[in-house]
Write a protein that binds this ligand. Sequence first.
Ligand SMILES: O=C1O[C@H](COP(=O)(O)O)[C@@H](O)[C@H](O)[C@H]1O
Length: 236
Amino acid sequence: MQARIYSTKQEVAEKFSAFFKDEAKNQDAFHVALSGGSTPKIVFDYLASHFGTDIDWSKVFFYWGDERCVQPTDDESNYKMTVQHLLSKIEIPAGNIFRILGENDPKKEAIRYSDVLEKNVPNENGVPKFDLVILGMGDDGHTASVFPHEIMLWDADENCVVAIHPESGQRRVSITGKIINNAATVAFLVTGSSKAEKVEEIIRPKADTTIYPATLVKPSSNKLIWFLDEDAAKGL
Ligand SMILES: O=C1O[C@H](COP(=O)(O)O)[C@@H](O)[C@H](O)[C@H]1O
């Protein structure tokens, strides 16, 4: 595990974008799972405005790690956020975008998307293997849409599950631990002081520390990188 700490969230966006560009350059087909949330949003803005024409987007294939069960036009949709901040600004073939259909029946969609991953993402030992999984982390330590009150979903046998947001009751479709920990690289994008307590507990655990969903991110490749700003890393 590596923690890369930058002065500001803008610098996180800049450094992660350069990292993304380098990783994409080395692949004939680059399969990436995207995240929703506040930090990916500024990263997508930076990627589109600074590397929009430097990356061969025809070789990049986008999927999502989680989606809220809403219409794709809803402001809550992770897909809508990505369209606004990245996809509408780059030349990427429509066939390279595999969104979770948040408007579908959640249980059926979890099964359908699991199948999409199996058919389109290269696999290793029968499990889809992303080149890169991008994750955010909520203030409560959730990641993708595996929340602390449903932490058992992390170990589900399925590739995708239906989760429920603890406060709003909103349903989500999320990939599970078996997919995240099978990725070649996992990158957390986390900024802001509201995340500092959990970042410290997860990266510098004590003997009696609580286990959060984000604690369980341990790719078998060992390539886990936290991109943090100083506010999020202030407890380290
Ligand atoms: O609900 C979600 O939240 C997390 C973290 O978001 P943040 O705004 O607190 O940074 C995100 O990783 C996830 O994709 C999203 O659906």
